[in-house]
Design a protein around this ligand. Structure first.
Ligand code: FAD
Length: 150
């Protein structure tokens, strides 16, 4: 969340000043954006982290908001391939009507796939399903499993 030029995480502490936020339109453009600045750059999903893991004091944030494309879904295996800025909300909107659900969901659906992987989020079924990372096949152009709703 941006507040008077400072960014906060969901926990609203600390408030941290940044040099700016980059909004590349694609992964290819992300490389150019990172190389165009001389400070450290941190990816940022939806800023739903409670701690400071989505903050980069005196550096740049790189928004993944525009990495929001679904790439492929295989209904035989339940394998979804999408970009890292796709939110769990967007996945649920598309796939619940088709009978599919995420194997692991945190307490909010307003997180990105990239944020869910980076923090290896867990849900209430942690003891059975493990964390989000247990369902990742590979992270390049993110691939992971959905589960069939019963
Ligand atoms: C109401 C609420 C309930 C929650 N409940 C739970 C819960 O039950 N279980 C749980 O585990 N967590 C829970 N959380 C925490 C939340 O799920 C995690 O903090 C999640 O990582 C936030 O995702 P985000 O997209 O907002 O990422 P951000 O907060 O923006 O970023 C988190 C980290 O991911 C990195 N990152 C983001 N995108 C990328 C990318 N594309 N590539 C590389 N790194 C990236 C960032 O650099 C940062 O280090 C909850 C949060 C809220 C607000």
């Amino acid at each position: 969340m941006k507040n008077n030029g400072n960014y906060e995480s969901w926990g609203r502490y600390p408030k941290v000043s940044h040099l700016g936020e980059l909004f590349p339109h694609s992964l290819d453009k992300a490389r150019d954006a990172i190389e165009s600045v001389s400070s450290l750059v941190l990816p940022r999903g939806m800023g739903r982290s409670y701690g400071d893991s989505c903050l980069n004091e005196n550096g740049y944030l790189l928004s993944t908001k525009l990495f929001n494309r679904f790439i492929n879904f295989n209904p035989e295996t339940g394998t979804l391939r999408c970009e890292s800025g796709v939110s769990l909300d967007e996945i649920l909107k598309v796939f619940v009507p088709k009978g599919w659900f995420l194997p692991v969901t945190p307490g909010t659906k307003f997180v990105t796939v990239g944020g869910a992987i980076a923090n290896d989020v867990h849900g209430k079924n942690h003891h059975k399903a493990g964390s989000f990372g247990s369902h990742i096949i590979r992270t390049k152009r993110t691939n992971f499993y959905l589960c069939k709703m019963t």
